[in-house]
Design a protein around this ligand. Sequence first.
Ligand code: FMN
Ligand code: SF4
Length: 388
Amino acid sequence: MKTSELKRVDIIFDCVQCAPIEVVKKALAMHPDEIIEQIISSGLRGRGGAGFPTGLKWKLAKEEVSDQKYVICNADEGEPGTFKDREILDIVPNKVLAGMAICAYVIGAKEGFIYLRNEYNFLLKKLIPTMANFNKNMQEIGLDFTIKLFSGSGAYICGEESALFESMEGKRGEPRNKPPYPTRNGYKGKPTVINNVETLVYCNMIMRIGVEPFKQLGTKDSRGSKVFSVSGDTTKAGIYELELGIGVDEFVNEFGNGDTKAVQIGGASGFCVPRKDFANKIIGFEGIPTGGSMMIFNSSRSMYNVLKDYLEFFVEESCGQCTPCRVGTQQLLKGIEAIKHGEMPSSYLNQLMKLSETMKVASKCGLGQSVPNAFSSIVKNFKEEMIY
Ligand SMILES: Cc1cc2nc3c(=O)[nH]c(=O)nc-3n(C[C@H](O)[C@H](O)[C@H](O)COP(=O)(O)O)c2cc1C
Ligand code: SF4
């Protein structure tokens, strides 16, 4: 275990009052291709979970020819254990809006939306006047771009980009077939850039501080820093901006309380790392990726209960469109309950593992495809807790 304190990074919340409008003005003086080049060279990857290269996403949308394009800020934040986008929108909303405006200028969009998780409507009191003021400022500096709000309806699946478009279009929030991807066929069938709240702030900040200070942080595959939502058995629950590429052991050393048995990285759809692996896993795209959720569990916690909670969540949140996920989530839940109650032998876990692997390859979207992450990492590492 390393004993040194983890280095804190201060990019996202730095300089709350500094003028994001000036950053947009700076961007407007540049050619859109130059901005794309800078974002690509920064190595920034999406902070919503999937880690798609942001500059490439903007480039693909820019290359599309269309009478209308859109920029959407994904503020659905439904992953269990994630609460950083709420804070970012509350503390530095102008930086998010400026990131959207820079994107709009680059791809040629006139309209943008913040898709806000319904439970976050308490943010509206501050956000609505901030947006109105920002929109006015954009017209004044000559950028024809208006940002509107869309309030989500409380479904985890509506955070998935194509389900989000469907819900904005007034339909059931169900993922679409891909390809085509949003950069070609997004909101209302038009080219759309959809980015996470935090990604948009990093775009804004890369334009402000330059590529190098961002690039110097992190690792080759995970450049920069990230905002983590830390919860569970810790005395330091909260949000922290840290470099990507840190070891799980460093993280536990900083946030655990000396008795950490496991860390769930990336929420219910992420991976469980047991104590024996803390020293050889890193947090980042080449190791264990996370949209921000970091849940710490002490020795007193039942990992059976943790897994059961996650599966109940997935049963509830599966949109039901495809069979592997709709039926698979229910079978996994019923299966672990039956084993725990002695109604099925422990060997049945092997069949459940096979089922979860089938879900990974046969489910239509990221929800069903990621159920096996928590399932297999918890079952493999805490098998003795699963059985009767
Ligand atoms: C079930 C599900 C839920 C998701 N929820 C969110 C979310 O709440 N916020 C988010 O930014 N991305 C979420 N995503 C990822 C989005 O589909 C998309 O990849 C992301 O918004 C792209 O932004 P980024 O490139 O900046 O990360 C979710 C994906 C899935 C499969
Ligand atoms: S994987 Fe699950 S959430 Fe995704 S489309 Fe299929 S049923 Fe819906």
